[in-house]
Design a protein. Structure first.
Length: 602
């Protein structure tokens, strides 16, 4: 009896698979919009339903995990992490942030312009991955909520990616389908004229409607990230003694490279009892001179990893791979009012105080001579045994391991060349971008631009799971016949429509499908369809293919239709409705501009 009921239910699902798939899709969209559960949970649940209904088999599901897009994104996360760990992103952000202090709006325009240009020449997904941390830091420096800038970052990359054949994999995919159908290949710049019109329409829409429709405040997670960033930018005072024969001996302070780093500045040079500062600088350094520096936590940790430098005061024994402990002086500390060198644990433990930070004040005159106050924050280098002793010290509060990690600046050229090499080789078509990205990951790991633990930490797992799950949902919809059902509903309308209306319908259908199915899957479906319909419609097949190219990439209304939207969705902590508010007007205006340009040009 139960077997008969199961067979009846299975037959019903098979007979109405397309409509059932449509209902599942609507349920997933409703879940995204309601936001009662995290989007990753909803997407995974949707994929599970597709499996349960038989629209996906385990064998077909395995094909989802061989999709090159998520693999490429994971690799690009690691390559972006290598740029962070070698200090490249920090240096780029410092340059942009310095401009943001003078003219915040102009610096944002420059960054968006760079995004647009880069996305037009190379695949826009890695461009966005690299620029997300830079955009966040720049927005904070300019006093702008990062959430107001990350959606535009994705949209600008989409508009830029549509300018050439190389900007997005969708364009290359449509071109490949056209060639397999016996049509002439698209040239690299064939989409450029239409892309320029599309870009102007999109940028104007963002500029005019963005201030009203983009979210205006950061989420608690963004605020916590900003606080962590502020913590990393906390300034410490430290001393650096010039040793005889060291690389600083005999150099002018104006030519010392480390003093040019962002996050580190020279306050004074102590020569015996004199302090040289301001107009008395630069000076040629002599053995015994003491550089009084102000530095961020990350820069201090980086200084200690240089074997030729010994910042701070304490043990003269070189600590190999020390732990960095951050601790605050309690009000009951016995050495309050005394010099730092008199603090008891410095004589008892093999530790070195590498910096001291004082809230709202610049401590001084030097680290060795500063008089301790309650609330002073110390950054201490210690071995594991000494670190445990510091944690047990009742006169220290808020004791914890520093989260700062030293930059591997000597490896920066390798990280930069690896990224540029991947971009250049991908642009020339030397190899698939996923192959190049994985090779790049191997290079940055083998050369220690980033270690294995840091590499895995740099991957945003939520993004990858969301992409894999939506790929599974998209494949299930295709197998169920839902996508073909939607296309079938519109085909009779196409045959009866005017040439301009045909472009609008093809664009609207492709764009709508792209919002809920992956852009490449929609391109694979729509490109052969418009090629087949071109003759019966009496339409220019290249015009229809260009319409599919632009519409399949123009996913503005949801965070799951295009990879760059998914990336900023996770990074910015957006709601699903944040994309709908600004994305629907973008879809309408950009779509109308695109179809108008194609109509008059073709």
């Amino acid at each position: 009896m139960q077997l008969d009921a199961f067979n009846t239910l299975s037959a019903f699902v098979d007979a109405h698979s397309a409509l059932i798939g449509l209902l599942v899709l609507l349920a997933i969209l409703a879940g995204f919009i309601s936001e009662r559960l995290p989007p990753v949970v909803i997407a995974v649940a949707g994929g599970a339903v597709m499996l349960m209904l038989g629209f996906l088999t385990p064998e077909r599901l395995a094909a989802v995990f061989s999709n090159p897009a998520p693999i490429t994104i994971a690799a690009m996360f690691i390559l972006s992490g290598a740029l962070v760990r070698t200090g490249v992103v920090d240096a780029m952000a410092a340059i942009v942030s310095a401009r943001a202090d003078k003219n915040p709006r102009f610096s944002m325009v420059q960054l968006m312009g760079g995004t647009f240009t880069a996305s037009s020449l190379v695949n826009n997904t890695p461009v966005v991955i690299v620029l997300i941390p830079i955009m966040k830091r720049t927005a904070r420096a300019a006093g702008i909520a990062a959430r107001r800038m990350l959606i535009p970052l994705s949209y600008i990359s989409i508009l830029g990616g549509s300018m050439t054949l190389l900007g997005t994999s969708t364009n290359l995919l449509v071109d490949g389908i056209a060639q397999r159908s016996g049509l002439a290949a698209f040239t690299i710049f064939e989409p450029t004229l239409v892309g320029a019109v599309t870009a102007i329409a999109g940028i104007l829409t963002l500029s005019l409607l963005g201030p009203f429709l983009l979210p205006g405040h950061d989420t608690p997670r963004d605020a916590a990230a900003a606080q962590e960033d502020e913590q990393n930018r906390r300034l410490y005072i430290t001393d650096l003694v010039v040793e005889e024969g060291s690389r600083l001996d005999g150099l002018s302070t104006s030519s010392v490279k480390l003093l040019k780093r962002d996050g580190l500045s020279l306050i004074a040079v102590q020569r015996k009892t004199r302090f040289l500062r301001g107009d008395q600088l630069p000076v040629v350094l002599d053995p015994g001179d003491r550089l009084i520096l102000e530095a961020t936590e990350t820069e201090l940790v980086s200084l200690t990893r240089d074997a030729t430098l010994r910042p701070g005061v304490g043990t003269e024994t070189m600590l190999t791979e020390p732990n960095f402990i951050s601790a605050t002086i309690s009000p009951s500390h016995p050495t309050i009012g005394r010099q730092l060198s008199e603090i008891p644990f410095l004589s008892r433990l093999p530790v070195r105080v590498v910096g001291l930070s004082r809230p709202r004040h610049m401590a001084g005159p030097s680290l060795s001579q500063v008089r301790i106050r309650a609330g002073d924050r110390l950054l201490i280098a210690a071995d594991s045994v000494a670190a445990s002793a510091l944690r047990a010290n009742i006169n220290l509060v808020e004791v914890g391991e520093s989260q700062a990690r030293p930059f591997r600046r000597l490896k920066a050229p390798i990280a930069i060349l690896t990224m540029l090499g991947i971009i250049a080789l991908a642009a020339m078509g030397a190899a698939p971008i996923e192959t190049l990205a994985i090779m790049g990951v191997a290079i940055v790991l083998l050369t220690r631009c980033i270690d294995a633990e840091e590499a895995w930490q740099s991957i945003d797992g939520n993004v990858l799971v969301l992409i894999f799950a939506m790929l599974a949902v998209g494949l299930g919809l295709r197998n169920a016949g839902t996508v073909e059902l939607i296309v079938g509903w519109t085909t009779p309308t196409l045959l009866a429509a005017s040439p301009f209306a045909v472009l609008l319908i093809v664009y609207a259908l492709t764009s709508a499908l792209t919002e809920v199915v992956t852009n490449n899957a929609v391109a694979v479906l729509m490109a052969p369809l418009v090629i087949a319909l071109a003759d019966p419609l009496g339409a220019d097949v290249r015009a229809l293919l260009l319409t599919v190219m632009f519409a399949a990439s123009a996913s503005f209304a949801t965070p799951v239709g295009y990879q760059t939207n998914t990336l900023v969705y996770a990074a910015g902590g957006y709601r699903f409705t944040d994309f709908l508010k600004i994305g629907l007007p973008m879809n309408l205006i950009v779509g109308l501009a695109t179809c108008t340009a194609i109509y008059f040009l073709y």
